[in-house]
Design a protein around this ligand. Structure first.
Ligand code: PNS
Length: 171
């Protein structure tokens, strides 16, 4: 590869519950900058119980990045800083959708650098995707909306199949 950061590998961490078009855009752009990009799926997202299992989340990402030969998918549990050191990554990549993202991401980046000596590179989200988050996609999906405009087709197929699957009776 002729990455700008030749010889450098980047880790793009997240919950990816599920991967959105905004995530995929960041991965595609990171894959042009770095020689290798490892998409790192956190096993247990902090916010809430994930809608998709770890294996579903990883499979949806693998299918969505199949056109990118220098992108791999793995998972981690515990501290991102430990995983980054273990995989000897040069940088962490994060996407910034809106200005408020920067406030939390800045302190996270500084903590990760303090723990691992690895810096975080921020990629601004394409404005086309600035309103698209996994949380909002799940919310509108759960309320019956079509999410085809917001997630890659591999993700959409899984979401549509999940919607068709019988659910446990709700009280
Ligand atoms: O997609 P998300 O939910 O915004 O991703 C958040 C993630 C997984 C990148 C973050 O929660 C994380 O790094 N979790 C691992 C635990 C950790 O290292 N916490 C300390 C961060 S300074």
């Amino acid at each position: 590869m002729n990455g700008v950061a030749a010889g450098h590998s980047a880790i793009y961490p997240g919950s990816f519950d599920p991967l959105t078009c905004g995530h995929l855009d960041v991965i595609e752009r990171a894959a042009q900058i770095f020689d290798q990009v490892l998409v790192a799926v956190v096993v247990n997202p902090q916010k809430r119980k994930p809608l998709f299992t770890l294996e579903e989340r990883k499979a949806m990402i693998r299918d969505s990045v199949a056109h990118l030969p220098n992108v791999q998918v793995d998972h981690f549990r515990g501290l991102l800083a430990d995983f980054v050191r273990h995989r000897e990554a040069a940088v962490i990549v994060k996407g910034l959708r809106v200005v408020s993202d920067f406030e939390s991401e800045m302190s996270t980046a500084l903590m990760n650098r303090s723990l691992s000596n690895v810096d975080t590179v921020f990629l601004p989200s394409d404005p086309k995707w600035s309103f698209v988050s996994s949380t909002l996609v799940k919310e509108v999906y759960n309320l019956g909306a079509d999410v085809a405009d917001y997630v890659p087709s591999a993700v959409l197929h899984v979401m549509q199949a999940k919607r068709r699957a019988p659910r446990p009776a709700e009280r």
